[in-house]
Ligand binder design. Structure first.
Ligand SMILES: Nc1ncnc2c1ncn2[C@@H]1O[C@H](COP(=O)(O)OP(=O)(O)OP(=O)(O)O)[C@@H](O)[C@H]1O
Length: 313
């Protein structure tokens, strides 16, 4: 076995692996490819953000991973095991994840039973999570009387009842106010780290991906166009562009020096904007800049949103 294979094996053993996943739907008597050869991992103990424009295929992917839709082809395994559904939990997009006529506790009883838990365990686990989300005092109220954010929290608690290894969340913060959204983000981060849960979430809010995800997968028209560790994207985004202000106009030789590090543009205030080439070492660049008549250097920090806009372009 080569070293590469060993790495692949240990990687597969630490989460849900998706290989060569394809899905076509029949539309107007023709097969239309909706998902095209997707390959990715959902690692344990980490949050993976699944991003992409409307209609990219995010929900279809989640439904396939949850066994609700059959893929046209592909291989999905949790730690090498094809029978992994009992390790999953999910909150799908929309409002039909809990019974509105029932209280949170009654929902825990109902969904706990579906997951094979006894009544006591269902309620105990549900209330543990409800407390974590600061919603314990609403445990006996019909969930239809709760706010949208509170209903979403009850739905997440139901999905967590059996402490799933992989939690799927389709737009978990959609339509929620900042406070509710931040609360959910904080607890998801905690759950992934403390309980070693692999969380796979779709969102249109790139800020959320930036805040809490460890990995980002970007889907466009059914294909993965980009995937990376969030820290590396942030790092790249932060390192890439610098705005430089010089005490005097640069000589041709000085311009040549600075151009050797990347693409140079001059803005309307006569400041130089340099986009560093990927292979450039920041230290070398800094040394070269320090030899020039520089009076200010400002990091242009790009967020994920701007970065993805560039990628899509
Ligand atoms: N049962 C189906 N039959 C035919 N086409 C379908 C079916 N389900 C989904 N599609 C198509 O698959 C594509 C992907 O849809 P999907 O809901 O997965 O996208 P999405 O990325 O989740 O979008 P959004 O962000 O808007 O929720 C869409 O073009 C949709 O019309």
């Amino acid at each position: 076995m080569t070293l590469d294979n060993t790495a692949e094996l240990s990687n597969e053993e630490s989460g849900l692996s998706v290989k060569n996943l394809n899905k076509s739907f029949k539309a107007k008597k023709q097969q239309k490819a909706i998902l095209k050869d997707l390959n990715f991992m959902i690692p344990e103990g980490q949050i993976t953000a699944f991003l992409g424009p409307n209609g990219a295929g995010k929900t279809t992917t989640i439904k396939i991973l949850l066994g609700l839709i059959k893929p046209s082809s592909g291989d999905i395994r949790y730690k090498g095991n094809e029978k992994y559904l009992k390790y999953t939990g999910a909150v799908l997009e929309g409002s039909r994840n809990i019974y509105w006529r029932l209280s949170a506790v009654e929902n825990f009883e109902y969904f706990g039973a579906l997951k094979g838990l006894n009544r006591k365990k269902s309620i105990d686990n549900g209330l543990y999570f409800l407390k974590l989300f600061d919603l314990y005092d609403k445990k006996d109220i019909d969930t239809r009387s709760l706010s949208r954010g509170q209903q979403q929290i009850v739905a997440i608690c139901c999905a967590l009842l059996n402490y799933p290894k992989i939690l799927f969340l389709d737009e978990p913060t959609l339509g929620l106010d900042l406070k509710a959204s931040e609360k959910i983000q904080l607890i998801l981060k905690e759950l992934s780290q403390k309980n070693k849960m692999g969380i796979f979430l779709t969102t249109h809010e790139i800020k959320i991906a930036q805040n809490i995800s460890d990995h980002v997968i970007f889907l466009d028209k059914g294909s993965i166009i980009y995937k990376n560790k969030t820290s590396q994207i942030k790092d790249k985004a932060e390192r890439t562009e610098y705005l430089l202000d010089f005490k005097r106009p640069l000589s041709n030789t000085e311009l040549k020096t600075i151009r050797s590090f990347g693409q140079l543009a001059v803005d309307e205030n006569k400041k130089y904007l340099i986009s560093l080439d990927h292979q450039v070492s920041f230290q070398t660049f800094l040394m070269a800049v320090s030899r020039l008549p520089v009076c200010a250097m400002q990091q242009k920090s790009l967020d994920l949103e701007s970065l993805f806009k560039r990628y899509i372009k």
